[in-house]
Design a protein around this ligand. Sequence first.
Ligand SMILES: [Zn+2]
Length: 136
Amino acid sequence: MKKCKYCQTEIDKKAKICPQCHKSQANPFFTALRIILGIFIVFIGIGVIAGIGSNSEEKDEDKCYITLEEFNKIENGMTYDQVKDIVGCEGTVNSDTEIMGSKMTIYSWYGKDGISNANVNIQDNKLINKTQIGLK
Ligand SMILES: [Zn+2]
């Protein structure tokens, strides 16, 4: 047995409506939660649709790529920051190793076609090697 939330009459545990005052015994918290959840799902749906639209737009604008001209400006002895300034954006860290206190990081950038690419090998914040494939 439980008590009606409204008139305090003892009613059956499973009763959904109080036989005394005819008020619903549904937990208002869960009712509210169900409504919020419903709204939330609708918003996710809108978000996904809006997300697909904006993502395809951003890709062309924000895409950073390296050109052969930029690659040719990169010289041995440069710091990663200098290389980053030439290319105009952060490279992708391909490998990051530390051997006998010497830190070696390989950064890469893709060319405009998304296939051609450039790699630079930075050791102790100095460029020691650069390679590129198919840059234009
Ligand atoms: Zn009642």
